[in-house]
Design a protein around this ligand. Structure first.
Ligand SMILES: Cc1cc2nc3c(=O)[nH]c(=O)nc-3n(C[C@H](O)[C@H](O)[C@H](O)COP(=O)(O)OP(=O)(O)OC[C@H]3O[C@@H](n4cnc5c(N)ncnc54)[C@H](O)[C@@H]3O)c2cc1C
Length: 372
């Protein structure tokens, strides 16, 4: 007879592990499977988290580095600084962070099986059966990333709009203001997104992302930056990169007892490409919904997903601005217009609601912001 659990989660990333921890804490029997050999192996993400993520889901301080502001550069490499009193971002030791999340999930009672590939599954009367593992579950969660096999298997929606990011990790980068996340607008080298230099935990992360058809090129980007930073003694210690869903929440997120979560559901800000915080809180909330359904006859999770996951309507509209950014010569001027600065401030710091009335006020009546 096959083994039975309440939930099988495919993917031990931020979404899958957050969901596993909460579900196990609620007393559900949870199995997480991941094709990687261990948690945090070869992460694809830069791993920057917003203040709210840290406040809701604490992380040990040795895995974090606080960055208090953004330095936004025009294509001509002039810049201005953005900050908001009391607000900050955290760069992370991303492999360590994911290992920590896996430990928390296991401590709560979840089992995690690494080096285990999801291949296929079928729905029986009231269960989902994973043939190659000989396991049945009441709910199968596809938290298996941007190109979800779970979504494909059950005919659910799949991401079709992406950004492609590449990143290199260095030690010994000189002339770096370590209290800033350095963001670079460039319609040629980062078409559809930005380039960045992030002071990480024990490394400096240098990356660029763009629409996949333009292929992000790190070398020309770094050559350009060599007038700002000193890479002459920089030691390359690692690479990251991968596809970022950029089309917003997908339409068909569930089939019966099969549910998509995180990148697999397209739950990533189409504008900032931030997916970690939404992965954490939607994973947590989905566990709660499943628990209520299994134990107290609450609404079927498949019916709740669209309300549970964020819509990103305004961020999807603003994404067009990045997709159709003007040529660099024009961008060099636009960037220093007070309304652009105010918009940038809103995008990075209005976490209570992009285009809330407060945000509109800031954009339409911009205050002076520091620049140079
Ligand atoms: C270059 C880059 C930079 C980014 N930077 C940031 C950032 O700074 N901040 C931020 O908030 N967001 C960032 N993002 C987005 C963010 O990383 C994702 O939104 C987030 O990691 C999504 O988590 P997830 O758990 O849904 O998916 P993933 O992290 O992709 O995890 C999916 C897991 O599923 C496993 N898996 C896949 N298929 C199978 C299978 N068939 N069988 C078993 N296991 C499987 C994978 O091994 C993986 O462990 C970035 C993304 C990229 C690509």
């Amino acid at each position: 007879m096959s083994k039975q659990v309440d939930i099988v989660i495919v993917g031990a990333g931020f979404a899958g592990l957050a969901c596993a921890k909460k579900a196990a804490e609620l007393g559900l029997e949870v199995l997480v499977i991941d094709r990687k050999p261990h948690a945090g192996h070869s992460p694809h993400t830069t791993g920057i988290i917003v203040k709210e993520a840290l406040e809701t889901f604490p992380v040990p301080s040795h895995l974090l580095r606080k960055v208090e502001g953004i330095r936004l550069y025009s294509p001509g490499l002039k810049h201005f600084d953005l900050a908001s009193p009391g607000y900050y971002f955290m760069t992370t030791d991303t492999p360590g962070y994911l290992q920590y999340m896996a430990e928390l999930a296991e401590k709560a009672g979840a089992s995690i099986q690494f080096s285990c590939d999801f291949q296929t599954a079928s729905i029986t009367d009231s269960e989902v059966y994973l043939e190659n593992l000989d396991i049945s579950c009441k709910y199968l969660i596809g938290a298996d990333g941007a190109r979800s096999k779970v979504a494909q298997t059950f005919g659910l929606s799949s991401n079709s709009s992406f950004l492609l990011g590449v990143e290199a990790e260095y030690r010994n980068v000189g002339r770096l203001d370590e209290n800033r996340l350095h963001c670079f607008l460039d319609s040629e080298l980062a078409k559809g997104y930005i380039g960045w230099v992030a002071p990480g935990v024990n490394v400096v992360q240098v990356g660029v992302a763009c629409r996949p058809q333009y292929k992000p090129a790190l070398k020309p980007f770094m050559d350009k930056l060599s007038t700002i930073f000193d890479f002459s003694n920089a030691e390359l210690v690692g690479h990251r990169g991968g596809l970022i869903p950029a089309g917003g929440k997908l339409k068909r997120l569930a089939f019966d007892r099969v549910l998509l979560l995180g990148d697999a559901a397209g739950v990533v800000s189409p504008l900032t490409a931030g997916g970690i915080y939404p992965a954490l809180y939607t994973g947590h909330d989905l566990a709660e919904v499943i628990y209520q359904n299994l134990n107290h006859g609450g609404t079927a999770p498949a019916e709740c997903l669209h309300t549970l996951y964020p819509d990103y309507v305004w961020k999807a509209v603003l994404r067009l601005m990045l997709d159709y950014a003007p040529p660099n010569a024009v961008l060099n001027h636009v960037v220093f217009h007070p309304m652009f600065r105010a918009l940038a401030q809103t995008v990075f710091f209005h976490h209570k609601g992009l285009f809330s009335s407060a945000a509109w006020k800031d954009i339409l009546f911009p205050k002076t912001v520091m620049g140079s």
